[in-house]
Design a protein around this ligand. Structure first.
Ligand code: FE2
Length: 288
Protein backbone atom coordinates (compact mmCIF):
# COMPACT_ATOMS: atom_id res chain seq x y z
CA UNK A 1 0.00 0.00 0.00
CA UNK A 2 1.30 3.45 -0.90
CA UNK A 3 1.83 5.58 2.16
CA UNK A 4 0.58 9.14 2.04
CA UNK A 5 3.35 11.74 1.91
CA UNK A 6 1.33 14.00 4.13
CA UNK A 7 -0.65 13.71 7.33
CA UNK A 8 -3.22 16.13 5.88
CA UNK A 9 -4.14 13.93 2.98
CA UNK A 10 -6.27 11.27 4.59
CA UNK A 11 -7.69 13.61 7.22
CA UNK A 12 -8.79 16.04 4.55
CA UNK A 13 -10.14 13.34 2.27
CA UNK A 14 -11.98 10.96 4.53
CA UNK A 15 -13.01 12.62 7.78
CA UNK A 16 -14.42 15.98 6.80
CA UNK A 17 -15.38 17.78 3.59
CA UNK A 18 -12.32 19.02 1.72
CA UNK A 19 -11.20 22.63 2.18
CA UNK A 20 -12.96 22.91 5.54
CA UNK A 21 -11.31 25.65 7.59
CA UNK A 22 -9.07 26.87 4.76
CA UNK A 23 -9.31 30.63 5.19
CA UNK A 24 -5.77 31.83 4.60
CA UNK A 25 -2.39 30.63 3.36
CA UNK A 26 -1.21 28.96 6.60
CA UNK A 27 -2.51 25.48 5.63
CA UNK A 28 -1.11 25.97 2.11
CA UNK A 29 2.30 26.71 3.60
CA UNK A 30 2.17 23.57 5.80
CA UNK A 31 0.90 21.30 3.00
CA UNK A 32 3.52 22.57 0.51
CA UNK A 33 6.38 22.00 2.97
CA UNK A 34 5.08 18.52 3.83
CA UNK A 35 5.26 17.64 0.12
CA UNK A 36 8.90 18.69 -0.01
CA UNK A 37 8.55 21.96 -1.91
CA UNK A 38 11.41 24.40 -1.37
CA UNK A 39 10.96 26.16 1.97
CA UNK A 40 12.57 29.42 0.82
CA UNK A 41 10.31 29.65 -2.22
CA UNK A 42 7.15 28.67 -0.33
CA UNK A 43 7.89 31.10 2.49
CA UNK A 44 8.54 33.86 -0.04
CA UNK A 45 5.39 33.13 -2.03
CA UNK A 46 3.20 33.02 1.07
CA UNK A 47 4.62 36.24 2.47
CA UNK A 48 4.38 37.98 -0.89
CA UNK A 49 0.76 36.93 -1.49
CA UNK A 50 -0.33 37.76 2.05
CA UNK A 51 1.32 41.18 1.88
CA UNK A 52 -0.17 41.91 -1.54
CA UNK A 53 -3.72 40.97 -0.51
CA UNK A 54 -3.39 42.88 2.77
CA UNK A 55 -2.24 46.07 1.00
CA UNK A 56 1.16 46.01 2.70
CA UNK A 57 3.29 45.96 -0.43
CA UNK A 58 4.24 48.93 -2.65
CA UNK A 59 1.16 50.92 -3.57
CA UNK A 60 -1.33 48.05 -3.51
CA UNK A 61 -4.58 48.46 -1.61
CA UNK A 62 -6.05 45.59 0.43
CA UNK A 63 -8.18 43.24 -1.70
CA UNK A 64 -11.73 44.58 -1.67
CA UNK A 65 -13.67 41.87 -3.56
CA UNK A 66 -15.53 39.36 -1.42
CA UNK A 67 -15.59 36.37 -3.78
CA UNK A 68 -12.12 36.43 -5.32
CA UNK A 69 -10.49 37.08 -1.97
CA UNK A 70 -7.45 35.53 -0.28
CA UNK A 71 -9.59 32.62 0.92
CA UNK A 72 -10.36 31.69 -2.71
CA UNK A 73 -6.66 31.71 -3.61
CA UNK A 74 -5.90 29.60 -0.53
CA UNK A 75 -8.64 27.06 -1.31
CA UNK A 76 -7.56 26.78 -4.96
CA UNK A 77 -3.93 26.37 -3.83
CA UNK A 78 -4.84 23.57 -1.40
CA UNK A 79 -6.72 21.82 -4.20
CA UNK A 80 -3.74 22.27 -6.57
CA UNK A 81 -1.38 20.70 -4.01
CA UNK A 82 -3.78 17.80 -3.46
CA UNK A 83 -3.86 17.26 -7.24
CA UNK A 84 -0.08 17.34 -7.42
CA UNK A 85 0.22 14.97 -4.49
CA UNK A 86 -2.25 12.55 -6.09
CA UNK A 87 -0.44 12.73 -9.43
CA UNK A 88 2.93 11.99 -7.83
CA UNK A 89 1.47 9.13 -5.79
CA UNK A 90 0.15 7.55 -9.00
CA UNK A 91 3.80 7.15 -10.03
CA UNK A 92 3.17 7.38 -13.80
CA UNK A 93 5.40 10.13 -15.21
CA UNK A 94 5.35 11.91 -11.85
CA UNK A 95 5.70 15.67 -11.86
CA UNK A 96 8.89 17.10 -10.46
CA UNK A 97 8.88 19.17 -7.30
CA UNK A 98 9.82 22.17 -9.49
CA UNK A 99 6.72 21.59 -11.66
CA UNK A 100 4.59 21.72 -8.52
CA UNK A 101 6.36 24.81 -7.21
CA UNK A 102 5.64 26.67 -10.44
CA UNK A 103 2.02 25.51 -10.35
CA UNK A 104 1.67 26.80 -6.81
CA UNK A 105 3.18 30.15 -7.80
CA UNK A 106 0.61 30.42 -10.59
CA UNK A 107 -2.26 29.42 -8.31
CA UNK A 108 -1.40 31.83 -5.53
CA UNK A 109 -1.14 34.80 -7.90
CA UNK A 110 -3.77 33.84 -10.48
CA UNK A 111 -6.37 36.30 -9.13
CA UNK A 112 -3.97 39.04 -7.97
CA UNK A 113 -5.29 41.04 -10.93
CA UNK A 114 -8.28 42.02 -8.80
CA UNK A 115 -5.97 44.15 -6.62
CA UNK A 116 -6.10 47.91 -7.01
CA UNK A 117 -3.37 50.45 -6.33
CA UNK A 118 -3.45 53.73 -4.46
CA UNK A 119 -5.12 56.47 -6.47
CA UNK A 120 -7.52 53.98 -8.07
CA UNK A 121 -10.24 54.64 -5.53
CA UNK A 122 -13.43 54.33 -7.60
CA UNK A 123 -15.32 51.07 -7.17
CA UNK A 124 -13.71 47.77 -6.20
CA UNK A 125 -11.31 45.40 -7.93
CA UNK A 126 -14.37 43.67 -9.38
CA UNK A 127 -14.33 46.26 -12.16
CA UNK A 128 -11.28 44.41 -13.49
CA UNK A 129 -13.08 41.06 -13.80
CA UNK A 130 -12.74 41.05 -17.59
CA UNK A 131 -9.03 41.93 -17.51
CA UNK A 132 -7.91 40.35 -14.24
CA UNK A 133 -6.05 37.46 -15.89
CA UNK A 134 -3.81 39.85 -17.84
CA UNK A 135 -3.31 41.98 -14.73
CA UNK A 136 -2.41 38.86 -12.70
CA UNK A 137 0.14 37.88 -15.36
CA UNK A 138 1.73 41.35 -15.31
CA UNK A 139 2.06 41.29 -11.54
CA UNK A 140 3.41 37.71 -11.49
CA UNK A 141 6.03 38.61 -14.13
CA UNK A 142 7.29 41.38 -11.83
CA UNK A 143 7.36 39.56 -8.51
CA UNK A 144 8.51 36.03 -9.39
CA UNK A 145 12.11 36.56 -10.66
CA UNK A 146 13.28 37.81 -7.23
CA UNK A 147 12.03 34.51 -5.79
CA UNK A 148 14.48 32.65 -8.02
CA UNK A 149 12.33 31.78 -11.05
CA UNK A 150 14.17 31.79 -14.37
CA UNK A 151 12.66 33.60 -17.35
CA UNK A 152 11.45 30.38 -19.01
CA UNK A 153 9.86 29.32 -15.73
CA UNK A 154 8.07 32.66 -15.41
CA UNK A 155 6.78 32.14 -18.97
CA UNK A 156 5.34 28.77 -17.93
CA UNK A 157 3.71 30.30 -14.84
CA UNK A 158 2.09 33.04 -16.95
CA UNK A 159 0.80 30.37 -19.34
CA UNK A 160 -0.73 28.53 -16.39
CA UNK A 161 -2.40 31.72 -15.13
CA UNK A 162 -3.80 32.41 -18.61
CA UNK A 163 -5.40 28.96 -18.54
CA UNK A 164 -7.56 30.09 -15.58
CA UNK A 165 -9.36 32.52 -17.89
CA UNK A 166 -12.82 31.49 -19.13
CA UNK A 167 -11.40 30.66 -22.57
CA UNK A 168 -8.10 29.24 -21.27
CA UNK A 169 -6.90 26.23 -23.27
CA UNK A 170 -3.83 24.32 -22.01
CA UNK A 171 -3.76 22.30 -25.24
CA UNK A 172 -3.43 25.47 -27.36
CA UNK A 173 -0.82 27.25 -25.22
CA UNK A 174 2.98 27.06 -25.37
CA UNK A 175 4.76 25.41 -22.47
CA UNK A 176 8.38 24.39 -22.10
CA UNK A 177 7.38 20.76 -21.45
CA UNK A 178 4.38 18.45 -21.40
CA UNK A 179 4.65 18.19 -17.62
CA UNK A 180 4.19 21.97 -17.36
CA UNK A 181 1.14 21.68 -19.65
CA UNK A 182 -0.25 19.07 -17.25
CA UNK A 183 0.34 21.45 -14.35
CA UNK A 184 -1.61 24.11 -16.28
CA UNK A 185 -4.52 21.64 -16.48
CA UNK A 186 -4.23 21.19 -12.71
CA UNK A 187 -4.13 24.93 -12.02
CA UNK A 188 -7.21 25.54 -14.17
CA UNK A 189 -9.03 22.55 -12.62
CA UNK A 190 -8.14 23.64 -9.07
CA UNK A 191 -9.49 27.13 -9.78
CA UNK A 192 -12.97 25.69 -10.52
CA UNK A 193 -12.90 22.85 -7.99
CA UNK A 194 -11.37 24.96 -5.21
CA UNK A 195 -14.25 27.41 -5.31
CA UNK A 196 -17.15 25.06 -6.05
CA UNK A 197 -16.15 22.41 -3.48
CA UNK A 198 -15.58 24.94 -0.70
CA UNK A 199 -18.08 24.82 2.17
CA UNK A 200 -18.59 28.60 1.72
CA UNK A 201 -19.55 28.35 -1.99
CA UNK A 202 -23.35 28.67 -1.60
CA UNK A 203 -23.02 31.65 0.77
CA UNK A 204 -20.38 33.42 -1.34
CA UNK A 205 -22.22 33.20 -4.69
CA UNK A 206 -24.13 36.48 -4.14
CA UNK A 207 -20.73 38.20 -3.87
CA UNK A 208 -19.80 36.72 -7.26
CA UNK A 209 -22.94 38.19 -8.79
CA UNK A 210 -22.01 41.56 -7.27
CA UNK A 211 -18.59 41.32 -8.92
CA UNK A 212 -20.16 40.55 -12.32
CA UNK A 213 -22.54 43.50 -11.97
CA UNK A 214 -19.74 45.94 -11.21
CA UNK A 215 -17.56 44.56 -14.03
CA UNK A 216 -20.37 44.85 -16.57
CA UNK A 217 -21.23 48.38 -15.39
CA UNK A 218 -17.55 49.36 -15.65
CA UNK A 219 -17.35 47.91 -19.18
CA UNK A 220 -20.68 49.47 -20.27
CA UNK A 221 -22.18 46.10 -21.17
CA UNK A 222 -25.92 46.57 -21.82
CA UNK A 223 -28.27 44.63 -19.51
CA UNK A 224 -29.61 42.43 -22.33
CA UNK A 225 -26.08 41.24 -23.16
CA UNK A 226 -25.09 40.26 -19.61
CA UNK A 227 -24.59 36.65 -18.59
CA UNK A 228 -26.87 37.01 -15.55
CA UNK A 229 -29.57 39.59 -14.89
CA UNK A 230 -30.14 38.81 -11.19
CA UNK A 231 -28.68 36.84 -8.33
CA UNK A 232 -31.56 34.37 -8.68
CA UNK A 233 -30.65 33.91 -12.35
CA UNK A 234 -27.04 33.08 -11.38
CA UNK A 235 -28.14 30.68 -8.62
CA UNK A 236 -30.65 28.94 -10.92
CA UNK A 237 -27.91 28.48 -13.54
CA UNK A 238 -25.41 26.91 -11.14
CA UNK A 239 -26.49 23.31 -11.85
CA UNK A 240 -26.16 23.70 -15.60
CA UNK A 241 -22.92 25.67 -15.16
CA UNK A 242 -21.47 22.68 -13.30
CA UNK A 243 -22.82 19.85 -15.45
CA UNK A 244 -22.83 21.59 -18.85
CA UNK A 245 -19.72 23.78 -18.64
CA UNK A 246 -17.28 22.98 -15.81
CA UNK A 247 -17.45 19.17 -15.75
CA UNK A 248 -16.95 18.80 -19.54
CA UNK A 249 -14.03 21.25 -19.31
CA UNK A 250 -12.48 19.23 -16.46
CA UNK A 251 -12.87 16.02 -18.45
CA UNK A 252 -11.76 17.26 -21.87
CA UNK A 253 -9.71 20.46 -21.94
CA UNK A 254 -8.12 19.73 -18.56
CA UNK A 255 -7.71 16.01 -19.42
CA UNK A 256 -9.46 14.65 -16.32
CA UNK A 257 -6.67 15.52 -13.87
CA UNK A 258 -9.36 15.95 -11.18
CA UNK A 259 -9.32 12.16 -10.85
CA UNK A 260 -6.05 12.56 -8.95
CA UNK A 261 -8.26 13.80 -6.10
CA UNK A 262 -9.86 10.38 -5.70
CA UNK A 263 -9.43 8.71 -2.34
CA UNK A 264 -6.50 6.27 -2.52
CA UNK A 265 -7.70 2.69 -2.90
CA UNK A 266 -11.27 3.79 -3.63
CA UNK A 267 -11.55 4.48 -7.37
CA UNK A 268 -14.48 6.69 -8.26
CA UNK A 269 -14.73 8.20 -4.76
CA UNK A 270 -13.74 11.82 -5.17
CA UNK A 271 -14.48 13.94 -2.07
CA UNK A 272 -14.04 17.18 -3.97
CA UNK A 273 -16.52 16.26 -6.69
CA UNK A 274 -18.91 14.95 -4.05
CA UNK A 275 -18.63 18.27 -2.19
CA UNK A 276 -19.44 20.15 -5.41
CA UNK A 277 -22.47 17.93 -6.04
CA UNK A 278 -23.68 18.62 -2.49
CA UNK A 279 -23.21 22.38 -2.94
CA UNK A 280 -25.00 22.37 -6.29
CA UNK A 281 -27.88 20.30 -4.83
CA UNK A 282 -28.12 22.69 -1.87
CA UNK A 283 -28.28 25.73 -4.16
CA UNK A 284 -30.94 24.05 -6.35
CA UNK A 285 -32.98 22.94 -3.30
CA UNK A 286 -33.27 26.52 -2.13
CA UNK A 287 -35.83 26.88 -4.88
CA UNK A 288 -34.54 29.91 -6.66
FE1 FE2 B 1 -9.73 31.95 -9.32
Amino acid sequence: MVQSLTPFRHAAREEEPPLTGVNDLAPVDRFARSLGLDAFLIGGLVQLTENLFAGRLWSFLPIDVRYHDLQHSAQASMCLLALGDGQRQAKVNPLSIRDLELGLAAMMLHDSGFLKTRGDEAGTGAKYTHSHVLRSCALAASVLPPLGLRRDEVDDVLGMIRCTGLAGRPDKANFSSESRRLVACMVASADYIGQMAAPEYPEKLPFLFGEFEEADDFSNIPREKRMFNSINHLLAATGSFWRGFVLPKLDNEFVGVYKYLETPGRPGRNPYIEAIERNVALISARGV
